[in-house]
Design a protein around this ligand. Structure first.
Ligand SMILES: NC(=O)c1ccc[n+]([C@@H]2O[C@H](COP(=O)([O-])OP(=O)(O)OC[C@H]3O[C@@H](n4cnc5c(N)ncnc54)[C@H](O)[C@@H]3O)[C@@H](O)[C@H]2O)c1
Length: 346
């Protein structure tokens, strides 16, 4: 089997922390080249991960004929230019979330990829978490009936750091909502299988001093009638696990710690008999919990292999960038709602 030959642009951040270690576990991926702006860092990363070549500008990496697919993990303000250059160089692209600073840039990237006939996926890797995938399967099979409400809470501790690009709106496009909330926005719609049609949102910078929001709350009305809530915070300690909750007419699913960079966490599924009539006592002592077994792996390896197969074998793109453009549309509506105090129809 031919290996998928990768080049990594912006290899020194999350790529070094998680994605490249995930790539090293893959039997299908081969790392050809890394690019970092600092020459010494680029060379150190080349040696660390056994890449053939190290570059200090993305265009040189894109000119490397051995590279078939690029993973772009630079700060968000560089995504548009680098993705468009990659598309023009006929490389398939796995582009980190949030895909661009705003919806107009994201749409342009997609248009150029279409023009050039290259595939593009987004780094919504939470979809590959074994529990999240299981939750989707359970929901789609009707295990908890019709979904009426759901919530995703994803937080971290991100204090003021001089020079941090995420804390500058022109470089990141926004704060906790852009960075963490975007995962929740995508995951809830993916699990429920329904898209947002109306959005309302609050945000503020409450704890720290940077210009982007350190807390944001978002409510979406989905097309199927369910309500979806997103809580994203930069001002809650890292020790607090994420929470994912799905409520339906025949039960509920609650998972802790499944929005994370490491597969793990717990899941509780309650399946209830909703054919029973009204019970004024609201008896809750005969709760039936479903046993759920999942096998944990490495989300980054799964993400890379999934897109690698799309590039090499033409397999359907599991996380198409169009879904990230949609998430970006929701974020734009959220910021509009925060500014105007209105509910925004998409
Ligand atoms: N999927 C995930 O688990 C995950 C986690 C964190 C971040 N991210 C995303 O990855 C991207 C990068 O975030 P990060 O946390 O790694 O940031 P970071 O600041 O830790 O790392 C970014 C890297 O890009 C390099 N860089 C700077 N300018 C560059 C340029 N012009 N071209 C190429 N590289 C350049 C920096 O030197 C740095 O090594 C963002 O889009 C972020 O949202 C994804």
């Amino acid at each position: 089997m031919k290996k998928v030959r990768w080049g990594v642009i912006g290899a020194g951040g999350i790529a070094d922390r998680r994605t490249l270690p995930g790539m090293m576990l893959s039997e299908e991926a081969e790392l050809i080249a890394v690019m970092e702006i600092n020459e010494e860092l680029a060379e150190n990363l080349r040696v660390k991960y056994g890449a053939k070549r190290a570059y200090t500008d993305h265009k040189s990496l894109l000119a490397d004929p051995e590279v078939d697919v690029v993973y772009i993990a630079s700060p968000v303000n560089f995504h548009k230019e680098q993705a468009i250059d990659a598309a023009r160089a006929k490389k398939d692209i796995l582009l980190e979330k949030p895909i661009c600073l705003d919806i107009a840039d994201a749409e342009e990237v997609l248009r150029v990829c279409e023009e050039e006939g290259v595939k593009i996926a987004t780094g919504f890797l939470m979809r590959f978490h074994a529990i999240n995938a299981k939750i989707r399967e359970l929901v789609q099979s009707g295990a908890i009936g019709q979904v009426v409400s759901c919530r995703a809470q994803f937080t971290c501790w991100y204090p003021d750091i001089p020079g941090a690009w995420r804390q500058v709106k022109a470089l990141s496009g926004g704060g906790a909502l852009m960075d963490l909330g975007v995962h929740c926005i995508d995951l809830l719609q993916y699990i429920v299988g329904s898209k947002a049609k109306r959005v309302a949102s609050f945000s503020r910078t409450n704890t720290f001093n940077y210009e982007v929001e350190d807390q944001a709350s978002l409510m979406m009305e989905l097309e199927n009638g369910a309500f979806a809530y997103v809580e994203s915070n930069f001002n809650v300690p890292d020790a607090v696990p994420s929470k994912l909750e799905i409520y339906g007419t025949a039960g509920s699913i609650v998972a802790y710690g499944t929005l994370s960079q490491v597969e793990g966490g717990t899941i509780d599924v309650i399946a209830a008999d909703s054919s029973a009539g009204y019970d004024a006592q609201q008896t809750r002592d005969e709760v039936k919990k479903l046993d759920v077994n999942v096998e944990f792996g490495n989300m980054y390896t799964k993400e890379l292999d999934s897109f690698g197969r799309s590039s090499r074998d033409g397999a359907p793109v599991e996380v198409p960038a169009a879904d990230a453009v949609w998430a970006q549309r929701i974020i734009k509506a959220a910021y509009e709602s925060q500014e105007t105090g209105k509910i925004i129809t998409l």
